[in-house]
Design a protein around this ligand. Structure first.
Ligand code: NI
Length: 322
C-alpha cells in the first residue's frame, strides 16, 4: 500500500511537472536582442514580457532566460463558485476580474463550465507599451527639503507624476501631501515606515498598508489603490492579499539609482538607455541633505529630453488606464 501511494505520488508529481514545463516556454537572450524583438517574435507585447518576467529594467543581458509563454490564462467556473469566491481564488479584486471579463453581463449568473479570463494579478513593472507615455514616480516622502524643489520643477514643466508616500511622513508633513495633490499628482501607498514587507506576517502587512491609507485619508479625504513595496520586495501571496483589498502593486521599469549622491549625468544616462513606452521611472524624495542633489539637477533635463523624443508624461493611474 505504501509503495502504491509512493508510486502514485511520483506519478502525480511527474504529470504536474510535465504540465508545468509544457506551459512555460523559455527563451535565452542572444546578442542583438531587444525586448521589442523578443516580444514580437513570441506574439507578446513588451509590457506582457516585462511584467511576466518581473523585470525591473529594460536592459537585457546575453544568456538571460525569459519566460515567453504569455499570460492568456483562463479559469473554468466550478460548481458552487461565485464571482467573489473566484476573485479570492485567483488573488484579484472583483473590479479587476470584471474588467477582464467585459463579455459577462450579469456576474450573479455565472455557470459551471463557463470560461473566464484571468486578469494579470502580479506586480506591475510597466504599463501598456502601445503609447509613447512614461510615468515619473517619487518614493519615501513627503518631506520639506527635496519635495518642494521637485514640485516646483514639475509645475514649471507641467508634468504630472506619482508620489509613493510613507504614513509616518504624511503624518509629519500633511501640508506637503496636500500640495502634491493640489498640483495634480497621483498618490500611492509605500507603507508606514519602510519595512521589507517579506519579513512581515500578512496581518502586519495589512496593518502597515491600512494605517498609511488612513493617514492619507485624514489629509486628503480619500485613499489610494496603488501600493509600492519598499525595495520592490514582496512575495506573490502578499501581492494577492493586497489585491483582495483593492491595491495594485507597482514596481518600476527604469531605476535611476538616484538616492546616494548620484551625479545628474549618470541619472540622465540611466533614463536614456532604459526608457520605453509604458515605462515607470523610479526616483526619490526623502530628507537627507545632499543625497538627492543630482536627482533634482537631472530632473528638468530628463523631462525636456524625453519630451523631445515624443514622450508624454502620465501618472501611474493614467498609465494603467484608470
Ligand atoms: Ni522606498
Amino acid at each position: 500500500m505504501k509503495k502504491m501511494i509512493g508510486f502514485l505520488t511520483a506519478l502525480v508529481l511527474l504529470v504536474f511537472s510535465l504540465g508545468h514545463t509544457a506551459q512555460a516556454a523559455s527563451y535565452q537572450v542572444q546578442s542583438g536582442d531587444t525586448l521589442w524583438k523578443i516580444a514580437s517574435k513570441h506574439n507578446l507585447t513588451v509590457d506582457q514580457l516585462v511584467n511576466h518576467n518581473r523585470l525591473n529594467s529594460t536592459l537585457l543581458h546575453i544568456g538571460q532566460t525569459l519566460d515567453v509563454s504569455g499570460q492568456a490564462d483562463t479559469y473554468e467556473v466550478k460548481w458552487g463558485d461565485t464571482f467573489y469566491s473566484i476573485s479570492l481564488k485567483l488573488g484579484v479584486s472583483m473590479p479587476q476580474l470584471k474588467a477582464a471579463n467585459p463579455q459577462i453581463e450579469n456576474f450573479h449568473h455565472i455557470y459551471p463550465g463557463q470560461v473566464l479570463n484571468v486578469p494579470y494579478s502580479g506586480m506591475i513593472h510597466m504599463g501598456p507599451s502601445q503609447k509613447k507615455v512614461i510615468a515619473l514616480t517619487f518614493d519615501d516622502g513627503p518631506e520639506d527639503l527635496y519635495t518642494p524643489q521637485i514640485l516646483d520643477i514639475l509645475q514649471e514643466k507641467n508634468v504630472k507624476a506619482t508620489f509613493f508616500v510613507l504614513g509616518q511622513q504624511v503624518k509629519a508633513f500633511p501640508g506637503m501631501l496636500k500640495r502634491i495633490q493640489a498640483e495634480g499628482h497621483a498618490i500611492g501607498n509605500h507603507t508606514w515606515d519602510h519595512p521589507d514587507v517579506t519579513t512581515l506576517t500578512e496581518e502586519q502587512l495589512i496593518q502597515t498598508v491600512q494605517s498609511t491609507g488612513e493617514e492619507i485619508e485624514k489629509v486628503l479625504g480619500y485613499q489610494t489603490n496603488l501600493f509600492r513595496p519598499p525595495y520592490g520586495s514582496i512575495n506573490d501571496q502578499q501581492i494577492h492579499a493586497l489585491n483582495r483589498l483593492g491595491y495594485r502593486s507597482i514596481a518600476w521599469t527604469i531605476d535611476t539609482l538616484d538616492w546616494d549622491r548620484t551625479p545628474a549625468d549618470e541619472i540622465l544616462y540611466k533614463v536614456e538607455v532604459g526608457k520605453v513606452p509604458g515605462g515607470i521611472v523610479l526616483m526619490h524624495n526623502f530628507k537627507n541633505p545632499g543625497k538627492l542633489d543630482g536627482a533634482v539637477e537631472a530632473l528638468p533635463q530628463m523631462i525636456d529630453s524625453l519630451r523631445a523624443q515624443g514622450y508624454e508624461f502620465v501618472t501611474v493611474p493614467e498609465l494603467l488606464g484608470e
